[in-house]
Design a protein around this ligand. Structure first.
Ligand SMILES: Cc1ncc(COP(=O)(O)O)c(C=O)c1O
Length: 398
């Protein structure tokens, strides 16, 4: 009898999962994993064929740099592989603190704290800093981890139109009685590559007594004179309460950080659930990040080459009649609109050896499906010319 109930329950579960999968397929939103068989360079062995990689956030091309690999190996030899526990138990190792000291100096902040991923950082910080009785004002194009952080916090959340300072101000006027007000924005938007109006945001925050949190996931390592990000580039470090960024994109490793005051660091250590209740990052990952920051500071020429590559591809695509955006960032969206057409365009490029991932809802708003092209400092002129030629051929046939 029990066994029969068990099998009935299994069958019903399988049916409901299949139904949901079919609905995803029907909406052309079905996703599957592609397999990379080599290291993360400008070319990839993708599902058995060589393609030029225009779909990575490894903007400086250092994810496979020997200096990072060497640092990781040495850390394993000295400290072993795992950290064994969360930071507040026995997992707070020398390298965590060394990296945090380095990050604070890099970002020009009083203190820094490392997180296991950007997703965990955003959900954790927002739900620590805001709760019942507080208000969060969030840009409409903020990343899923910020959206989820707002939801988790239970604070009143006002979503303002992308980059619209007047709407942000209207929102701030609506929440004057909130206990704490927090404005959250990305500095370089992950799917559009444009820059937030941080100067205006900071001014509004000061006018309405709000805190500012900036997600520098796509700016860390590549903006500002030392690569610290857009906040540093604009000289706003002292006026932004929380700078968050990732170690897994331009820094080529894994994990995330926040930079801010010592008090913020202390509060997160005491209250932030995604910091407290998780095993800390292993020593090798910390050592890689330390080596990556050294590289970023020591080799500004990587950023110069990246910008040169961006200009070359942007110009080539514009000459073909595409609109890759005007902003200077390594993220170039080519908006196609329709989901099916977008994925077809991406597949046709892939057939020509160019990997430019199609991005669909819910990652981007409905009707704005796009190819998200990303540049790396390690792309050569030949890679860029071959991409432009592939775009020309696919456009001609579509
Ligand atoms: C803007 C932004 N914030 C946060 C994250 C999450 O970072 P991580 O990949 O380290 O979890 C991403 C990653 O895609 C992102 O684009």
């Amino acid at each position: 009898m029990l066994a029969a109930l068990y099998y009935l329950n299994q069958a019903m579960t399988a049916d409901s999962i299949q139904n949901e999968l079919q609905a995803i397929r029907n909406a052309s939103l079905y996703r599957s994993l592609r397999r990379v068989e080599n290291d993360q360079g400008p070319t990839l062995m993708l599902d058995g064929r060589e393609v030029i990689n225009f779909s990575s956030n490894n903007y400086l091309g250092i994810a496979n740099h020997p200096a990072l690999a060497e640092a990781a190996k040495k850390a394993i030899d000295r400290y072993g592989c795992g950290s064994g526990a969360s930071r507040l138990i026995s997992g707070n190792m020398t390298l965590h603190e060394e990296l945090e000291t380095k990050l604070a100096a890099f970002k020009g902040s009083e203190a820094a704290l490392v997180f296991n991923s950007g997703f965990q950082a955003n959900t954790g910080i927002l739900s620590t800093l805001a709760g019942d009785g507080d208000a969060i004002l969030s840009d409409a194009l903020n990343h899923a981890s910020i959206i989820d952080g707002c939801r988790l916090s239970r604070a009143k959340t006002i979503v303002y139109a992308h980059g619209a300072l007047h709407q942000l101000e209207e929102g701030l006027k609506q929440v004057t009685s909130a206990r704490r007000k927090l404005i959250v924005t990305e500095s370089i938007f992950s799917m559009d590559g444009d820059e937030a109006p941080l100067g205006g945001i900071v001014e509004l925050a000061e006018k309405y007594d709000a805190m500012v949190m900036v997600d520098e996931a796509h700016a860390t390592g590549i903006f500002g004179t030392n690569g610290a990000g857009v906040v540093a580039k604009l000289g706003l470090a002292e006026r932004v309460a929380v700078q968050m960024g990732t170690l897994g994109k331009a820094l080529g490793g894994f994990g995330a950080y926040i930079a801010g005051s010592c008090a913020l660091r202390e509060l997160l250590i005491n209250r932030c659930r995604s910091f407290i209740f998780t095993t800390s990052l292993p020593p090798a990952v910390m050592a890689m990040a330390i080596a990556a920051i050294d590289l970023v500071e020591r080799e500004p020429e990587r950023r110069e080459i990246l910008w040169k590559n961006c200009r070359a591809l942007q110009e080539g695509l514009k000459n073909l009649g595409f609109s890759p955006g005007e902003s200077q960032s390594p993220i170039m969206p080519i908006i196609i609109g329709d989901v099916t057409k977008c994925m077809q365009f991406s597949e046709r490029l892939l057939e020509k050896g160019v990997f430019a991932q199609g991005i669909r809802p819910p990652t981007v708003p409905p009707g704005t499906s796009r190819l998200r092209i990303t540049l790396m400092a390690t792309h050569t002129r030949d890679h860029i010319d071959r991409a432009i030629e592939a775009f020309r051929q696919v456009k001609e046939k579509s």
